[in-house]
Design a protein around this ligand. Sequence first.
Ligand SMILES: [Zn+2]
Length: 119
Amino acid sequence: MDVRISLDLDEIRARAAREEDDDVEWDDWQEVEDRWADAVALPLDRPRLESLLGHVETAVDAEGCDHGLRATDAWAARNGVPLDDLHRGLRGYGGHCDCEVVLNVDLDAVFPRVRPSPN
Ligand SMILES: [Zn+2]
């Protein structure tokens, strides 16, 4: 996961350099880097993240979102996942509450599937 994320960050930088986009200020880079630093804290592998997203989606569908991470925390408690790292990791992907976890944390973005290369 670390390798993929450093590649993504390099790609963002390279694209900005090509476009010589003066709109991008240092503060924006700092924010991007902070978000990646949070994202790499996510203490889950793909099957566990899939399990979390399924649980939270079911809970949000049934009970709605109380603008907190109640369903996320309930899943974490059952699965022995440390809350600090989990919250930090989810925040890195834009998951600040249960409904945002469902909306913003995309399984295939966090763990891209390896596709067979076309011949
Ligand atoms: Zn919410």
